[in-house]
Design a protein. Structure first.
Length: 154
């Protein structure tokens, strides 16, 4: 192996052995039953979920649905988080609810107005399509295996 490739491979192995600090929004950084994961999932559901859809953040004092559309990417992320937490039925509900929020040709936008049942934002939205495909793949499998940590070889 040439020297630059050997150095790259060695550096990659060294980084993989190092403990990566957990950060919010880093999928797989914490086990789903960790109190921080459970609290975050509950807080997001309590504060940003409405009628099976999820909003990015609270804009102001108005009700969520009055300030912007629900973000479909976030809804698919919620389905994956619920599935990983073992709430498979609820995850399927979130998935189906968000999957149904597409236009007649089956294309998604980034936002969905739940009151007017209208697509909002960029169209078509590739990230939402990718999230829908990833969520469907994950929901077709059993929830994640037992947690062994980021640096586990299992």
């Amino acid at each position: 192996m040439p020297a630059p490739q050997r150095a790259l491979a060695t550096g990659t192995r060294r980084r993989a052995r190092r403990r990566i600090p957990a950060a919010p929004g880093n999928p797989g950084a914490l086990p789903p039953d960790d109190p921080r994961s459970v609290a975050t999932l509950k807080a997001v559901r309590d504060d940003l979920a409405r009628d099976g859809y999820l909003y990015r953040f609270r804009q102001d004092g108005r009700p969520l649905e009055k300030s912007e559309g629900a973000f479909l990417l976030c809804g698919f992320d919620m389905a994956m988080a619920l599935h990983q937490s073992g709430e498979t039925t609820e995850a399927a509900r979130w998935f189906e609810r968000n999957r149904a929020a597409c236009g007649s040709p089956g294309l998604f936008t980034e936002e969905y107005d739940i009151e007017q049942r209208q697509l909002r934002g960029n169209f078509p939205q590739a990230f939402v399509h990718a999230a829908m495909l990833e969520t469907s793949r994950r929901l077709a499998e059993d929830p994640s295996p037992p947690w062994h940590g980021l640096n586990s070889q299992q």
